[in-house]
Design a protein around this ligand. Structure first.
Ligand code: HAM
Length: 418
């Protein structure tokens, strides 16, 4: 039996990177006042169709949708924003306090063509903020992402930022775009020709080469902003500049989901070939109302967790990080009995410790300590117990010291605490 195409196992030897990313991300979210939310994997199809947009690639081609036994149309979530909005409205969170900040992580499902950095089940780390119209929150989310990537030691990323305007400025932009497309209709792919009437903005996101060529010199939303959107975008840019966040204004960035208004951004990498976006986000000030809630400004982003881990792996930042502080080489029954108790007590106190219970030789246990990448080894045999002198070996420096049985656990804790 094999996993299905585009689905994969993430194995124990890969997991430490995932956990480190989660730890850094959650700590950062926590300090910026975000709270974790957990949402279902399955929702009514209509929720995604209405939020992401009927004429987007995700809704038209990529969703895992099926009727349940009673005929209801259900979809495995392709993203988290729609569900978090649904939850905000369903639980009337706006009534008590309209300002809410959420984060979540979990699997998403899109039936795309699998390739490096692109899976049919993939993971996102998602953050959403409701109830804040100020442009400073836009800047703060981009700053937060930048800070997270810095803490993880990521380099070689670039932040592309754009403004998509609001319902006030869209008509002027759409007119300019339709005029432009009118002369190039024949050069567009079948999909885009169909979308001209329904959703011309989507055409700007088409990946087909002939469309990309035809779109060179197309009008940009940023040149049609109303004064309020223009001001909003200036504040975002100047805040980011003041904070020294590296970014570029990318007029051609439109994102693949329909709900966006005003600020939109993507963080790109050059290390994953065609799949260059490691994170994407933006404002969606109309969505809560569209889904039946009160008019509520909102903004958020999602990090492609799989891609982020792949970039980190390529940077080999994790390669030598140890996951074990102490390996106890216990030789003989008396040593094993003691080693067992010490290991439990050390683990209780946060020192990651293992003992091998199989009664192997010194040589093979030292090999195992190396394999597990232990930073220290404690060697205990009959001789050491009789002399009351155990050997503590630092596996990096190869230095050895003696340590007595009295207060062994507390002494080890002092020498091994990082
Ligand atoms: P998105 O751009 O569709 O935005 O996805 C966000 C990130 O998820 C992408 O930048 C990419 O890293 C990752 N991703 C997307 N599809 C795949 C895939 N098939 N395989 C691996 N990684 C993938 C959203 O989903 C929005 N909900 C983001 C958002 C939150 N906007 C506002 N709030």
């Amino acid at each position: 039996m094999q996993t299905i195409r585009g689905f994969r196992d993430i194995l124990p030897e890969q997991i430490s990177l995932w956990q480190r990313v989660e730890k850094e991300a959650f700590a950062l979210f926590d300090s910026f006042g975000f709270k974790e939310i957990r949402i279902p994997v399955l929702e009514k199809t209509d929720l995604f169709a209405r939020s992401i947009g009927e004429t987007t690639d995700i809704v038209e081609k990529e969703m895992y949708t099926f009727p349940d036994s009673k005929g209801a149309h259900l979809t495995l979530r392709p993203e988290a924003t729609a569900s978090i909005c649904r939850s905000y409205i369903q639980h009337k969170m706006y009534a008590e306090d309209p300002v809410r900040k959420f984060y979540m992580t979990g699997p998403m499902f899109r039936r795309e063509r699998p390739q490096k950095g692109r899976y049919r089940q993939f993971y996102q780390i998602d953050a959403e903020v409701f109830g804040i119209e100020s442009a400073y929150i836009d800047a703060q989310l981009i700053f937060l992402l930048n800070e997270l990537f810095k803490r993880l030691g990521l380099t070689g990323l670039s932040a592309h930022v754009n403004s998509l305007g609001c319902p006030e400025c869209r008509p002027s932009f759409q007119k300019a775009l339709l005029d432009f497309l009118g002369e190039r209709k024949d050069a567009l792919c079948e999909n885009c020709a169909r979308r001209i009437k329904k959703n011309p903005l989507r055409i700007l996101d088409c990946k087909v080469e002939s469309c990309q060529r035809a779109l060179s010199g197309a009008p940009a939303t940023i040149d049609h902003l109303c004064p309020a959107c223009d001001d909003h975008f200036s504040i975002v840019r100047s805040a980011l500049k003041k904070q020294g966040v590296d970014f570029m204004v990318d007029k051609s960035l439109v994102r693949g989901l329909d709900y966006y208004t005003r600020t939109a951004w993507e963080i790109k990498t050059t290390t994953l070939g065609a799949q260059s976006a490691v994170a994407g986000g933006g404002r969606y000030d109309g969505l809560v109302k569209e889904l039946g809630g009160p008019a509520t400004p909102a903004i958020g982003f999602a990090i492609g967790f799989d891609r982020l881990v792949e970039v980190l792996e390529q940077l080999e930042l994790e390669s030598k990080r140890s996951s074990l502080d102490l390996f106890i080489v216990a030789l003989g029954d008396a040593a094993l009995a003691k080693g067992y108790l010490w290991s439990c007590e050390l683990n209780q106190n946060g020192i990651r410790t293992e003992v091998d219970f199989r009664g192997k030789s010194l040589k093979s246990l030292m090999k195992r300590a190396n394999k597990l990448n232990a930073t220290h080894v404690l060697i205990v045999g009959e001789n050491e117990l009789n002399k009351n002198q155990l050997i503590l070996r630092n596996m990096d420096t190869k230095e050895q010291s003696f340590i007595s049985l009295d207060n062994l656990v507390s002494e080890l804790m002092t020498s091994l605490k990082k």
